[in-house]
Structures are given as C-alpha cells and as structure tokens.
Design a protein around this ligand. Sequence first.
Ligand SMILES: NC(=O)c1ccc[n+]([C@@H]2O[C@H](COP(=O)([O-])OP(=O)(O)OC[C@H]3O[C@@H](n4cnc5c(N)ncnc54)[C@H](OP(=O)(O)O)[C@@H]3O)[C@@H](O)[C@H]2O)c1
Length: 300
Amino acid sequence: METVLITGGSGLIGSHLTKLLVAEGFTVRHLSRNNKPNAPVSTFSWDITKGLIDPRALQGVDHIIHLSGANLAGKRWTRARKQELLASRANAADLLREATAKAGTWPQTFISASGVNYYGTVTADHIFTEEEPAAGDFLGQLCRAWEAAADAWKPHCRVVKLRTPVVLARTGGALEKMAAPARMGLAAPLGSGKQWMPWVHIDDLARAYLHAIQRKDLQGAFNVAAPEQVRNLEFMHVLAKVLKRPFFLPPVPGLLLRMVLDGPGNLILNGSRAATGKLERTGFRYQFPQLKNALADLLG
Ligand SMILES: NC(=O)c1ccc[n+]([C@@H]2O[C@H](COP(=O)([O-])OP(=O)(O)OC[C@H]3O[C@@H](n4cnc5c(N)ncnc54)[C@H](OP(=O)(O)O)[C@@H]3O)[C@@H](O)[C@H]2O)c1
C-alpha cells in the first residue's frame, strides 16, 4: 500500500482527491496549517512562515501532491496578498523539499498543482501548449515560480505539474458562485463574455492526479482542461439551460468587476484556451469532455 502526502489536502481539490485515492487503496496524509479534528485522514501540521513541518508527516511517503495555496479569488491583490499567494505555493514547496532532504528519504513522485494562467491572464484566440513560456503578468510569474519550486525536486524524484483551469465541483469553487445567481434567473455574461473559460470537472482532475501517480513515465507540465472549451458567454448560456433558467440579462460590466475585485477581477474577465492533447496522448481520457454533460452531472 503506497502513501500519499497532500499539502492543502483539506481544500476543494484535496478533499475530492483524498476520497479517490483512499478508494484506490492508497494511505493518504494531509499537511495542514491547522489541526483539523474531523479530518478524514491523518493530518500533520506545518507553518510556512515559521519554516516548521512535523517530521512525522514525511516518514515513508511514496508520493507528494502539492496543492496548498492561498485563494486567488476574493481578496484584493495588495503587495502583502501577492506575497502570501507566492509563499503558500513556491516557498511551501521549498520548505517541504528542505525538510525531506533533512529526513534523508525522497518520495518517488512530486506532483504540483499549477494554473493555466501560466500563459497569462489574456484573451486571445491562440491555443496555448505546454511548450510555451510563462507570461510576464503577475499570475504568469506566480505560476513560473510555483513550477520552478516543483522542478527543484527533479534531482531526487519524478516531477509532474498539472496546469489547471477553473475546477467545476458540486459544492465550493467557482461553479457554486456562478450557479447561485443563475438559479435565481440571473445568469449573465461577465464583461464582454468573449473571454475563453477553460474548465475541468473535479472528477476528471482527481483522475488526472491518480494518472500522474500511476504512469511512472509521466513528467513535466500538462494542461488538464476538458477538450470542449467555450467563451464565458456560452458558458453562462449552457449553465442557464442546464438549470432551466432564463438567459437574457445584459452583461455584468467589466469595470464594476475590476473595481470590486482588483486582481481577481482580471482573472474572471480574461482567458484563453489551453491545448489538451499532451495529457490525452499519455492515455488519459476525460469522462466529462463536454460542458453540458459536466454541468448536468454536477447540478442535476
Ligand atoms: N479550484 C480551482 O479552480 C483551481 C484552478 C487552478 C489551480 N488551482 C490550484 O490548485 C490548488 C488547490 O486548489 P483548491 O481549489 O483545492 O484550493 P482551496 O480549496 O482554496 O484549498 C487550498 C488549501 O491550501 C491551504 N492554504 C490556504 N491558504 C494558505 C496559506 N496562506 N498558506 C498555506 N496554505 C494555505 C489550505 O489548507 P489548510 O487549511 O489545510 O492548510 C486550503 O485548504 C491551489 O494551489 C490552487 O491555486 C485551483
């Protein structure tokens, strides 16, 4: 039985992935900032700002999945917030690597979350492949530093980076926020509605992490986005249709979203497509390649 340590395992992706890995026969541990009495698996503590990790967390670990990260949405991106967004991802991976080096035994695999915003928070018709460089904007550079911290594990183990778009789940995350007004008949495009909105069903994302553990030849960066990618206008339209609600509202003005959500506003108002062929060529198949089916499964 192999052991998987997940950082940020209590979050949206981590809790879903934990269930899948446990069902597949893995022993799962979480590394968390807080002691969580009701955690479904053994939970060990770390404090990234103080550079502390409970060394028991690392004993006999076969695979590490690095999901920790302060939430990109919600809070304004002040200088302090940007530092927290970076430290909770890149510095966290460095701290874990240093602690693992001290413990003296390396896992087989280090798998890190990353974002399709690696390619920039831009709206373009270009379809971005994994070979392209990181964008120069804040999120592009954040992803670059996050992935560089993952790559620093390369001399010791296999490294996989999963560049993730908006994750669609039954509860939590972006879909819950978008579905709430849509259920009240208030589905509307955000800004111009022309921005691409790559997405992935949470079951497919969890299966992609499992695939990355099981396919021992996998390494490097992979986009994990459903093949059918749509613009925000179409996304909202399909959402309203699946919920059997009207879709006739004028767009929510982009300026308003930018004012309310400095930083995260741009994240919602811009987006491009991410190529999906590289992961599929390794044998991965999406169970939910189309938006309508994914939304019907999650909201039905
Ligand atoms: N959800 C998406 O749509 C999406 C899309 C692209 C990329 N991603 C990335 O995938 C990773 C996991 O996403 P998620 O949706 O599961 O996120 P989430 O629900 O916000 O969970 C992230 C976890 O990270 C830990 N964390 C939060 N703030 C932290 C901080 N300041 N310092 C250290 N740890 C902190 C928390 O675990 P503890 O409280 O247990 O410490 C939290 O449960 C994130 O890095 C995220 O950026 C997510």
